[in-house]
Design a binder for this molecule. Structure first.
Ligand SMILES: [Mg+2]
Length: 282
């Protein structure tokens, strides 16, 4: 078995589902850390800051500092702060994402409350529209984003997932909002922060301090986790605890390098004993 220096794990459907850690997750992360392997968790969810996801992992038995988590909201903020710190942003998203972007020193515009959404809203001074998973989506927000995009604002999105898995099913994510605005304006999103975007892979590599070929990307979704890892030059492993079945994994393009029933099976594979770090003391 090949050895890896760093491990990148998707969260939903890979490490946990709802408030339950998935089989083998706690033991696998613990074992990799005991062997000194750097670990990073990546999520396309822009609903909470990284501190909240770190706290959730810790609550589920995987003690994790915020520095070991990146979200699509964090990647968007990190990218814009570095490359376009002067942009004034209109955010189709939740308040926590606006706060996160402000936390990166970015200018986030308030709603254009004084304008009647039944008339043509005139959003002044919008340099970029950020589309995100938004459970507080309204006609006013869509209308404002539409007008700003027609006036030439740059078109950004935290993530493009169609649905977010939940215990009992899934709920609409950012993909539909993004598709609606693309359809309305005839434009395509220009900058995507989340998987499968190379931006998230770049930030992950920076945080881990490792080149991609020394990392294993582990996730449950072929078109985001596996595609991003593959395109970034990482080895990839799909787990079957989320949205992917074994048949889907076998027919995937690009194919994952490895398929595991769950993280427990991954642990048995990466940690069979003496092969990972040399012989163990007798
Ligand atoms: Mg997932």
């Amino acid at each position: 078995m090949p050895s890896f220096d760093g491990f990148i794990f998707d969260l939903d459907g890979t490490v946990y589902l709802g408030e339950e850690a998935l089989p083998g997750a706690v033991e696998t992360i613990r074992a990799l850390r005991q062997r000194g392997k750097p670990i990073l968790f990546v999520s396309n969810k822009p609903l909470e800051p990284r501190q909240a996801y770190a706290a959730k992992l810790t609550r589920l038995g995987i003690p994790t500092p915020p520095e070991q988590v990146i979200t699509s909201g964090y990647v968007m903020g990190h990218f814009l702060a570095r490359h376009h710190p002067e942009w004034r942003l209109y955010v189709v998203g939740e308040e926590t994402l606006r706060e996160e972007l402000r936390g990166h020193g970015l200018q986030v515009l308030d709603e254009f409350w004084e304008q009647d959404p039944r008339q043509v809203i005139q959003p002044e001074g919008v340099d970029g529209v950020v589309v995100a998973f938004d459970r507080t989506l309204t006609y006013r927000k869509l209308h404002t984003a539409y007008q700003a995009l027609l006036r030439g604002a740059r078109f950004l999105a935290t993530n493009g997932d169609r649905a977010c898995p939940m215990p009992g099913g899934s709920i609409p994510d950012a993909g539909g909002t993004l598709a609606a605005l693309e359809h309305m304006t005839g434009r395509r999103v220009e900058i995507l922060a989340g998987k499968p975007s190379p931006l998230m892979a770049q930030v992950a590599g920076e945080v881990l301090g490792l080149p991609p070929e020394r990392c294993l990307m582990v996730g449950d979704r072929l078109e985001t986790d596996i595609r991003m890892g593959h395109e970034a030059g990482m080895r990839t492993a799909v787990v079957l605890t989320g949205v992917t079945t074994r048949e889907m994994a076998e027919q995937a393009d690009p194919p994952p390098d490895y398929v595991f029933r769950d993280l427990g099976e991954l642990l048995a594979w990466v940690d069979p004993g003496p092969t990972l770090d040399g012989p163990r003391p007798a």
